[in-house]
Design a protein around this ligand. Structure first.
Ligand code: UDP
Length: 298
């Protein structure tokens, strides 16, 4: 996101406490004349010397492995963190963009998921720290929009992958690629019949960039509608890498959604946006990154 904003000629201030991210992903920007960085936990009140036209609140653990290890931090960043960032947007009369999630739909009964669907979320399950944090963040964003007149937008991001993910972050794309590259067994959870739809990172960033400039307060799905089962995905990876890995089956995590596919009609109409990078191309770029960065396992 920072790279795209800088490429479009904007000045950017990045804020992160690296509780799940890596400073290495920003190393190439350290000397950039239009980039500032503040190592800061956004759940704490803070102020920055700069003036802003837009505030993009993207901070949160996002991998199930990470948010299960950091449930309280995850709830804090969706609640206190969102509030702090909304305050900064208000002080600057800036546009506010919240990155929410397809997890707001929980284990959905409506398929594909449309923005008007309210979801099927377990409020006390192990994933609830993430789902409810993001749902609260959406509610808070709408309250600031209605009550304080802040220009806000909400992106509901579906599964996204690409270079700069951590190899060991637990999500299915890095997990399967790492296992296949090492020739280790590919761990499919459950029977692998659950579905996901994978969007390449540059497509997602393009959708966020367009939404940042749009005048739409209600949620907009951003993701790739190309749905597949996790079992098919495992086979695709084995084929692509000509890997010797075999597929093994492990228990399905609690409340793991059975199906997930974005309906992107709204994004198409509102933003003139749709994904361009197909799965094979996106995976090849991701594999090239992992091959040259196999030591990056923060
Ligand atoms: N998954 C899997 N093996 C793994 C990691 C994940 O089968 O090593 C499955 C997981 O159970 C889920 C899907 O892949 O059904 C996507 O999981 P991920 O953690 O990437 O994100 P989620 O979509 O659940 O937020």
């Amino acid at each position: 996101m920072c790279d795209r904003l800088l490429a479009e000629g904007h000045k950017v201030a990045g804020v992160d406490n690296f509780c799940t991210g890596s400073a290495q992903n920003l190393a190439h920007l350290t000397e950039h004349e239009h980039f500032e960085f503040y190592e800061q936990d956004v759940t704490q009140r803070f102020s920055l010397p700069d003036k802003f036209d837009a505030v993009l609140h993207m901070a949160s653990p996002a991998s199930p492995k990470d948010y299960l290890e950091l449930p309280i931090e995850t709830l804090d960043v969706g609640s206190a963190g969102t509030r702090n960032m909304l305050e900064i947007a208000g002080q600057n009369d800036a546009k506010f963009l919240l990155t929410s999630t397809s997890e707001a739909y929980g284990d959905p009964h409506v398929h594909p998921q449309v923005e008007t669907y309210w979801g099927n979320v377990n409020p006390v399950g192990t994933r609830s720290c993430y789902d409810e944090s993001k749902r609260f963040a959406e509610a808070l964003t709408m309250a600031y929009h209605r009550k304080r007149g802040i220009k806000t937008s909400i992106a509901r991001i579906f599964n996204t992958y690409g270079p700069r993910m951590k190899l060991n972050d637990g999500r299915v794309v890095p997990a399967f690629l790492d296992q296949a590259l090492r020739g280790e067994p590919i761990t499919v959870f459950g029977d692998g019949s659950q579905t996901r739809s994978f969007c390449y990172v540059s497509d997602l960033v393009d959708g966020l960039y367009r939404l940042m400039q749009a005048d739409e307060p209600y949620p907009v799905n951003l993701g790739n509608p190309n749905e597949m089962t996790i079992r098919d995905f495992a086979e695709t990876i084995v084929d692509l890498l000509q890997s010797a890995s075999r597929i093994v089956y492990e228990p399905l995590p609690e409340d793991d959604p059975q199906q997930r596919q974005p309906d992107i009609t709204k994004a198409r109409q509102l933003l003139g946006w749709e994904p361009k990078v197909n799965l094979r191309e996106g995976l090849e770029r991701t594999i090239a990154y992992f091959r040259s960065n196999q030591s990056v396992t923060v």
